[in-house]
Design a binder for this molecule. Sequence first.
Ligand code: HEC
Length: 496
Amino acid sequence: MSRLKRIAAWIEDRLGLGKSMQPMMDHQIPRRTASFFYVFGSAAMTALAVQLVTGVMLALVYVPAADMAYDSLLHLTFVQPLGWFLRGVHGWGSNVMVACVFLHMIQVVIFAAYKYPRELTWVVGVLLLLCTVGMAFTGQVLRWDSDAYWGLGIGASIMGRIPFIGPEVVHVLLGGPIIGGEALTRFFALHVFVIPASLIGLLVVHLMLVLKNGVNEWPIAGRRVDKKTYRENYEKQVEGKRGVPFWPVAAKKDMIFSACVIFVILLCAAIIGPIGPSGPPDPGIIDTEPRPDFLFLSLFAVMALLPPHLETAFILIVPVLAIGLLIAVPFLSGDGEKHWSRRPVALIVLGLVVINFVVFSQLGVTSPWSPEMKAWSGTPTPVEYVEGRTPLELQGALVLQNMQCRNCHSLDGEGGRRGPALDAVAARMTENQLIRQVLQGHGNMPAYGGHLSPPEVTALVSFLRTLNGGGIRPRARPSIMPAKPGGPSAAPDVGR
Ligand code: HEC
């Protein structure tokens, strides 16, 4: 024991860590703030620590490559001993951390802790919230299952609507026009390097600000914040008997609550298990009913329920407005009353935000995920299009139906409008161009190369070849890569 102490003393003599921690431990706080209302911030930090440890462990096994991510997740979940538990802890740790951050913010608003001199602490706190949300979103994408795939698809189409620079933003986000390996690599980099580094840096600043300006005192009705006298009054509240040292009086409560938080995370992971994966990512499966994680459910519900012509305005204006307003809070009301009974507007606004979040999250569980895309998947192929076809062509019509191409393409005026109508596609494209379009995708069309077997492609294309809008001969259209007869994927060009 004494040897251990000597080693500790040796290190302390050189590093001086204990000495520099001393002011943090000893700093006096107002007696009433050593309360369980003040524990949510430290609990969020505890959850963050859990995330860092489990995140590093997951990264040891996870493969951030589009064709292996999903399999490495399955490996983690089903093969690696206790891998499922590790994934569960990381997933639930994320939810619990978000919950703690929200509770912390709610407490700060109710106690008006953002008022002078803690405006900057609030602003840094808002940035920390954005980082936390960013972690939750990028983490959900790393699951690389069908929820992640379509979640990202929706996210990208939202970004694509930004006027003028939309397509460029999508390109930067996804590394290309479609969701592929580049997108996963980018989200991996964001999730493990960029956002955590920002988060930890901001957290240090946040803590320094808390230390510098003191823990917010318990609000008392009638005691107003006046920028001239505030600091002097605060000093009086932590002096002598009226204050208590942070360690161990308040820290004890922080530690008790943090222990509960860790317990809840472990319990959820053990009983409910890991979150997802929800089936392999596959552009051909549009029937997955993907749901975002709980944090984004409310946003998702708003998007699903909003009339389509309002979506773009909502997407572009509301986030900017919301973040701007949030940052502006301490500047709109930086002094005056702190007690909740004297701040009805602040509390009503808080109440409305919380109620909206809860109600829309609830709606998010049941609302159709994307009315635009779900609408056509069940529409049968019109009879005229399949009458008198060869078995191979009929087989192709089935593929078209099963792969739900009509979510984006119409036949006989029925179907999605994201891609061109296919009624006369054979009049526009040669067989090779059709094959390439299906295998490689193009523009906003996903590539089906990995999701269709060669015979399915052959059947599909032979069906597409019958869609000539009433016998117009195909006219080769200009293409970036001219189709070479006899090329790698080309079948012999009959009928041309
Ligand atoms: C997510 C929406 C979407 C789905 C699903 C989809 N496509 Fe497309 N498709 C598009 C878009 C967008 C284009 C136009 C892209 C481009 O080439 O610029 C397109 C273009 C095409 C074209 C070329 C048409 C022309 O006139 O240029 C063909 C052929 C085609 N798709 C076939 C299919 C088939 C077959 C399926 C099902 C296996 C399918 N598509 C599924 C969106 C989709």
